[in-house]
Design a protein around this ligand. Sequence first.
Ligand code: SAM
Ligand code: SF4
Length: 455
Amino acid sequence: MKTYHIITIGCQMNKSDSERMASLLEKQGYKKTDKKYQSDLVVVNTCGIRQMAEDRIYGLIPAIKKANKKAKIILTGCLVNRKDVKNRLKKYVDVWKPINEITKIPLAPFIKGGKCPNDYLKIEPKYESKFSAYVPIGNGCNNFCSYCVVPYARGREVCRPAKEILAEVKKLVKNDYKEIVLIAQNVNSYKSQIPPNPPLSRGDIDFADLLKMVDEIKGDFWIRFITSHPKDMSDKLIKVIAGSKKICHHIHLPIQAGDDKILALMNRKYTVAHYKSLIKKIRKAIPDASITTDIIVGFPSETKKQSNNTAKLMKETKFDLAYVVRYSPRPGTASFKLIDNVSLSEKKVRENKLTKILSSTALANNKKYLGKIVKVLVEGENKRDELFGSTETAKIVKISTGDFNQRLPRSPGSSPGLKALPRNDSLVGRFVDVKIIKAKDFGLEGKLVKKKLLV
Ligand code: SAM
Ligand code: SF4
């Protein structure tokens, strides 16, 4: 049996795409291996968002081909259309395919499941996790933010029919998945038809409607979604989140910069005032919402004063988390033509300044959890036998389990009286209640509330 190995670099969308790629390969008779240097087929799912992500493949791909001359290498993801990348790696890569064309990769005939669908989103994924699943609601982007490669790498926005999304979620919930993460580059521009018998016209339902329909699916699970674009976030969506039972109170709303001139240069199509008004509405409707963001420091021509405007906005907004990154010029994008005139050292200064503000607002927000009992989805266990997981507000929690730490016999009946106590790892993928006893800037610590677990 031939083997495959997938290397995924980048965002949730790339991770989700790799799950579809894995499923496609397995249907064609390939078997997964962890050994990239011995695999018959190596898929590299690339990210071109920043130079750092791009650079990873220049060492990796030649090293794989050198160690394993017979391996076939498929390159997909954000860098697949870049001519300069192609020239640099052409002697190592066997197949170049954009992600939405992976169903056309010439491999063995499609074995299980009959005909290979033309639309790659129709491939049933091989989910990495047994309890949390990414569910793409579309692919591509129409926004053309001046710094961003996504519209070039993934093409124009295509929305997945609501009927397909709902079917995927229902199946996941039936299989006891606890976390559904709806993903798209801009969830707020989602458009589809009403299931189950769509009328002929497009655009009957928007993201708020879709979210409401997912919320109405019966079962014990919660719903997350990323990423929201501030220009398209509607009052209707805020209302749906506030009134829902299962939608997590976490909103990732990238601001990118806190200065109107820089936002215009970035082609973001909103102002700081608009962003602030959204935050105000969210906080009013969902008082416990955690709000996170993305910020780019050192965009071409950004002055100290303009960066200070971002600092001011961060102090006012009191983010729970922010991905503060240095601007990275990307070939092919509009801003690539601008001079990258903020020095690396100045970018680092701005990055550090914003990270310090973030650290203090995040700590202040996290202190509000002290003494509270919160619902946590357990995601794993560390080497010290502690569990970790996330709250619905996307706070990472380290959980001490006290006497639950004991390695208890698993098989029922082997130790009467103890069998009711679950072992730590049997709690992975389950919701538990945790009492928060410590707050840090980027995490919480708590104790497992045990009584609920005794059956
Ligand atoms: N669609 C999302 C939005 O509009 O906010 C973001 C998707 S993008 C793949 C993820 C993040 O990468 C962006 O929010 C931005 O902060 C960052 N990013 C994208 N291009 C970048 C660049 N050229 N330099 C630095 N950061 C970049
Ligand atoms: Fe890139 Fe802007 Fe589209 Fe986000 S909205 S993927 S930043 S072009």
